[in-house]
Design a protein around this ligand. Structure first.
Ligand SMILES: [Zn+2]
Length: 494
């Protein structure tokens, strides 16, 4: 059943170069739609967020949502684009059941943002991917196909709640050279869009979607081969897998002396193949013309500068700063800056506890570990930076051992109680008093003659075992460094 095509020989691989361009659509996080006051809230009763404007009834007039334009400018700036001084909307004409007006209000020749770029880094390589354009348009409705898929459906239902939600189309230049690079580009782009707060980029709710154009050409060639467009890519992994399949399929066809047909292909996730859907439309098929119901937009430069001044530090810059300012390894900096909320959390902790690496370790392993186990994001964390600071301070001062710290932090996470309070109540303060430990140490030595003899014979490992026994007897409360020292003294004297 599955007909996944497998890898090509090294020799064939070297003969070709892959050329990929991505078109990403993101729904903007405005409260209302782009041309009417209907709510953009996800998950409402079908067709409850509609009005004559977003249903395209005759005689209505759209009015542009200023916030949507601001978000488009914000995105254009974050992607290093030029923001057009003069921009307008156009009608893109086509028929589809999810498009009640039979045209989509979009932008054709004068998009809001142009000629930007995005820097991606992976496997130690840094690459700049051009952004051809960023334009604003309206979302279509959502078709729900009754049956297995669009081809096998017996009927389809339409939900127009989505129709008219502001949508940004972000088109890259064909600068991407591998399916893996496409994956990294999408991740980087999503992080930026989330940082600047214009979209939640939830692929599972459809607020981020991606179509991919791919062609292959002989290595060294400067002209492009015929491209196919991939649709139905429902996750970043699907983008990577679909592109990989398509890349191999195209090279195989060329190797057989066939020509690549310019067409739109559907990624069949279950079978792991792309299937031909239709020949690819050209721009002229859409009969674009200026939208007569909306006035063109003159984008005030002061407004652009004001929007620029509200941009936060972007992920790449923040990652670099984390490396320089806190001396973090690249891995830590990358992970901690993936989301703005996580990076903020980390920095808030460092303000209270200055050992940045200790904070980083704790946040990455303990906190993220607990959050992941419950499927929660950092925004939903039941503990604040204050908790992390307290537990790290107590550990650094030697009041509690690392083992107790983990235990207490877990309890804080579950109950919301501060670590200090838990330690006091349960008497978990570390035992750093020599006289208090002397008795336990004597006991452990008496009970373990074998390991003691091993240590005397030069086996350092035996000491670790003996320390463990003391920790066990004190329920983790003994100061391990002190136990280590006391044990060694006793054994060497013996
Ligand atoms: Zn409406």
């Amino acid at each position: 059943m599955t007909t996944v095509e497998h890898g090509l020989s090294k020799e064939v691989e070297l003969k070709y170069e892959t050329v990929i361009g991505l078109e990403v659509h993101v729904e903007l996080l405005t409260a209302s739609k782009i041309f009417c006051n209907c709510s953009t809230q996800f998950g409402a009763e079908p067709n409850s967020h509609t009005c004559p404007i977003c249903l395209g009834l005759p005689g209505v007039l759209p009015v542009v949502n200023k916030r949507a334009v601001e978000f488009a400018i914000r995105t254009a700036l974050a992607l290093n684009c030029k923001v057009s001084e003069f921009s307008k909307f156009d009608r893109k004409n086509y028929f589809y059941p999810d498009l009640p007006k039979n045209y989509q209000i979009s932008q054709y020749d004068l998009p809001l943002g142009l000629e930007g770029h995005l820097t991606i880094s992976y496997d130690g390589e840094v690459r700049r991917i051009g952004i051809r354009r960023v334009h604003l348009e309206e979302e279509a409705g959502k078709s729900i196909h009754e049956g297995s898929d669009i081809v096998g459906a017996s009927y389809s239902l339409e939900d127009y709640n989505r129709a008219g939600i502001p949508l940004l189309e972000i088109v890259s230049e064909p600068d991407i050279r591998s399916p893996r690079e496409a994956y990294v580009y999408l991740n980087t782009l999503r992080n930026i869009l989330r940082y600047i707060g214009v979209s939640d980029c939830k692929m599972e709710e459809g607020s981020l979607r991606c179509d991919a154009n791919i062609s292959v050409r002989r290595a060294g060639s400067t002209t492009f081969g015929a491209q196919t467009e991939l649709k139905n890519l429902n996750s970043f992994r699907a983008v990577e897998k679909g592109l990989e399949y398509e890349r191999v399929r195209q090279i195989r066809a060329l190797e057989r002396g066939e020509e690549i047909v310019r067409e739109t292909r559907h990624w069949d996730e279950a079978r792991g193949v792309t299937v031909s859907m239709r020949s690819k439309e050209e721009a002229h098929d859409y009969r674009y013309f200026p939208e007569p119901d909306l006035v063109p937009m003159v984008i005030d430069r002061e407004w652009v500068e004001q929007v620029r001044s509200t941009l936060p530090e972007l992920p790449a810059a923040r990652r670099e700063r984390f490396i320089k300012e806190y001396g973090l390894p690249e891995y830590d900096a990358e992970l901690l800056t993936e989301s703005r909320a996580l990076a903020d959390f980390f920095e808030e902790c460092v303000k209270g506890h200055h050992d940045a690496k200790a904070v980083s370790n704790w946040v990455m392993s303990e906190l993220l570990g607990l959050l992941n186990a419950e499927g929660k994001s950092i925004e939903e964390s039941p503990v604040t930076p204050e908790y992390v600071v307290q537990v790290l301070d107590l550990m650094a001062k030697g009041t509690i051992s690392g083992r107790i710290a983990k235990e207490v932090f877990e309890e804080s996470f579950r109950t919301g109680r501060m670590p200090g309070a838990i330690i006091e109540e349960r008497g978990l303060v570390q035992i750093s008093d020599e006289s208090q430990l002397a008795g336990v140490i004597a006991e452990v030595i008496r009970e373990n003659p074998g390991p003691c003899a091993d240590f005397a014979a030069g086996k350092e490992k035996a000491l670790t075992f003996l320390v463990g026994q003391v920790m066990k007897k004190t329920k983790g409360r003994a100061n391990p460094r002190l136990v280590n020292k006391l044990l060694k003294d006793r054994l060497e004297r013996a």
